[in-house]
Design a protein around this ligand. Structure first.
Ligand code: WTA
Length: 676
């Protein structure tokens, strides 16, 4: 059964009734006049009758050393292989190939959080030089080579894309861990990916404070070693080159300041590796239904083709554009739509170190005005926060957006309208892009110059993506019926992950097992991709995403597995049992509430609540901080001993708990309610 916004199970019919049809908005004519894709034929060209060859259009946006011989190989489902036989390099496509035309054009604008610090503009030529020098360092100083994995735990500075591109140049597989994650979370990813080198930065700014980030590297390395993975070298970029800004001392023989070694490689040039289309470009860990985060493995050819094509048609990026995506590069959005997509199209991409509402809610609009940003990309959480603290701020600044994106969570129509009217000043088109870490790029969105916008709806499948809604038995719901079910993508596409890093079995189980019609079939029609989201389709073919149907909580657009949170809570020695549920939050969409029962003989106290909260923040990161820790006398359980999270979610959100008489211990529900 799908979940509604409160996290409770509701029937499909109920959801259909709750959903009010919203008004539509036509794309502004000024936008259409300059758009990359205005030809409605694109929908036909990418229609099912032209699948899979339609994706040649995206692959042809790249430079290949060797052209591929087969567009799609389906011989080993669901391990699809795209552009088979092709050879290319992602770094070459994002940097080298732009030099003849754009070498003096800005590739990256680095915007430090402190406003009295100058914005750093880096041209494509400068980026080329830096990437080459750092690639040489990775090769000669670290001995890294094609196929090796490297973990990055870097904040939002220009050194992060430089590091990623240097890895890509050599065919080294990067695994960037969100800088807000703890040293322990980083360690888990080091171990899983088998990295011997960790690349980090000494410090970065967050809400006005220069944080010591290097300290997390010490924890990460120690924890990884406990789990049997030795890290030989830690490379540390400096937030202020030439000055070490962390308090944590360096470990002799293990820690190296990049800015000290780099001069050795001054002016060095490294040939890009000719990678096979199917070689791995990077891993991106994400939360799943079980405790262990899984490494989404993305390819070089298929991924690059897909993010470049969607950046061009859906983000409408031209080389002249100044493109600002406020997401963190530590998430898939940043990989696809700050680094690889925009740079492959020779755009100027903005990297913003700070928090959108710091020092005040006018900051993003000052940055937009200063840099002439014309494409703006952010999340509903950021929009809600900016709307709450600075609803009138955008009007005070003279910037001109032609295009805006929302991503990561469902956006409430009310919030959408503020984004459109106030932020976009009714002059910008909006795309609401639904997709996932696993999918590499957009799945549902309007094509901005072609389709109308509808607040709260992502839109139809993007070109070449054929979504459908299935019921629990795998039967398609009638098209456009507005009934809720599980959204699937009927076809493979080039941006889709190849597998979960060394866990093929889990990949099949999680995304394909549920709806695969015939395991022996090599016809892709038998292998719909199960996204794990509930959705409804309106009569106009627009999909509205309802949220996760598995045990994942979407906090401010970040995915946290309930199991991960529960296992962190259980690390507090006093805790006997823990259950985590999502609770609606006006800013962050959802917040985790943690219910814990204590071990026998332990008294409830504020200290224990604090300890649980601190442990979650320390184990996973500050984004995991619970909205509330509830110490309960016992968990409501079914007769088979399963914790009834539905009941806890209802109590936490102040809703009716429904019929609880079938529980093994119905009396406990009243006791829990009395804590509210
Ligand atoms: C949710 C982020 C509604 C969805 C790119 C998905 C959305 C999960 C939207 C993936 C959207 C993402 N509207 N919900 N436009 N975009 N989601 O892997 O539940 O961090 O499954 O990828 O976010 O989160 P992830």
């Amino acid at each position: 059964m799908p979940e509604d916004k409160s996290g409770e199970n509701v029937t499909e019919a109920q959801i259909a009734v709750h959903w009010k049809e919203e008004e539509t908005y036509a794309p502004p004519t000024s936008f259409i006049a300059q758009a990359n894709m205005t030809d409605e034929d694109v929908l036909e060209r990418f229609g099912e009758q032209n699948f899979p060859n339609c994706f040649k259009e995206y692959a042809d946006m790249l430079d290949w050393y060797e052209y591929w011989t087969k567009t799609l190989d389906t011989s080993k489902p669901p391990f699809w292989r795209w552009f088979v036989g092709g050879k290319l390099n992602a770094c070459y496509n994002c940097v080298d190939r732009h030099l003849p035309k754009y070498k003096n054009k800005t590739a990256l604008h680095f915007v430090p959080e402190p406003e009295n610090e100058a914005i750093h503009h880096m041209t494509y030529q400068e980026l080329y030089v830096k990437v080459n020098e750092f690639a040489m360092l990775l090769r000669d100083f670290c001995g890294l080579k094609r196929g090796d994995r490297v973990t990055l735990h870097m904040p939002m500075t220009a050194e992060l894309p430089i590091t990623m591109l240097a890895c890509a140049r050599l065919g080294i597989i990067h695994s960037q861990v969100f800088s807000g994650f703890s040293g322990k979370a980083c360690a888990d990813r080091i171990v899983d990916s088998g990295s011997h080198v960790l690349i980090t930065e000494d410090a970065y700014y967050r809400s006005g404070k220069l944080l010591d980030h290097k300290v997390k590297a010490d924890i990460a390395v120690a924890e990884a070693e406990k789990e049997g993975q030795k890290v030989d070298k830690v490379l540390i970029w400096q937030r202020y080159p030439g000055k070490y800004s962390a308090k944590t001392p360096l470990v002799e023989g293990r820690d190296f300041i990049v800015n000290d070694i780099l001069p050795k490689y001054l002016g060095a040039k490294v040939e890009p590796e000719k990678m096979n289309s199917e070689d791995v470009l990077f891993l991106m860990y994400t939360s799943g239904t079980t405790g262990k985060p899984k490494g989404a493995q993305h390819s070089t050819g298929g991924y690059m083709a897909y993010v470049t094509g969607t950046s061009k048609y859906i983000q409408d990026i031209h080389p002249e554009d100044v493109y600002w995506c406020m997401a963190d590069i530590g998430w898939i959005t940043g990989h696809s739509y700050i680094v690889y997509g925009p740079l492959a199209l020779a755009a100027s991409s903005v990297i913003f170190e700070g928090v959108p509402t710091y020092p005040d809610a006018g900051r993003p609009w000052r940055v937009a005005e200063e840099l002439d940003v014309n494409i703006f990309h952010t999340s509903p959480t950021a929009i809600r926060a900016l709307r709450r603290v600075g609803p009138d701020e955008p009007a005070k600044y003279n910037y001109n957006f032609k295009h805006m994106t929302t991503v990561g969570e469902p956006i409430e129509p009310e919030v959408w309208r503020w984004y459109y009217n106030v932020v976009g000043k009714k002059k910008a088109v909006i795309v609401d892009t639904w997709w996932q870490t696993e999918t590499g790029g957009f799945l549902c969105s309007t094509v901005p110059a072609i389709h109308k916008m509808k607040p709260g709806s992502a839109g139809p499948g993007v070109p070449g993506i054929y979504p459908e809604i299935l019921d629990d038995n795998g039967q398609p719901l009638p098209r456009g019926s507005n009934k809720a079910g599980n959204i699937v993508i009927r076809n493979p596409w080039p941006g889709l992950m190849q597998t979960i890093w060394h866990d093929d079995e889990r990949f099949v189980r999680q995304y394909y097992e549920r709806y695969c019609a015939d395991k022996n079939s090599t016809d892709w029609h038998d292998w719909p991709y199960f996204a794990g989201d509930g959705a409804v389709e309106a009569p106009d073919g627009y999909f509205r995403i309802l949220g996760r149907i598995d045990d994942v909580i979407n906090v401010a657009g970040h995915r946290l597995g309930t199991k991960e949170l529960e296992s962190a809570a259980l690390m507090v020695p006093e805790i006997g049992e823990a259950a985590v549920v999502p609770v609606p939050d006006p800013i962050k969409g959802r917040l985790p509430h943690v219910f814990v029962s204590l071990k026998p003989g332990i008294q409830a106290s504020k200290e224990i609540e604090q300890k649980v909260s601190d442990t979650l923040a320390a184990e996973i990161g500050p984004i995991a901080k619970p909205g509330r820790v509830w110490i309960v006398p016992d968990m409501p359980k079914t007769r088979s001993g399963k914790i009834m999270r539905r009941v806890l979610a209802a109590v936490a959100s102040g809703q009716d708990t429904g019929d609880t008489t079938t529980l093994a211990n119905p009396e406990v529900v009243e006791k829990i309610k009395s804590l509210a």
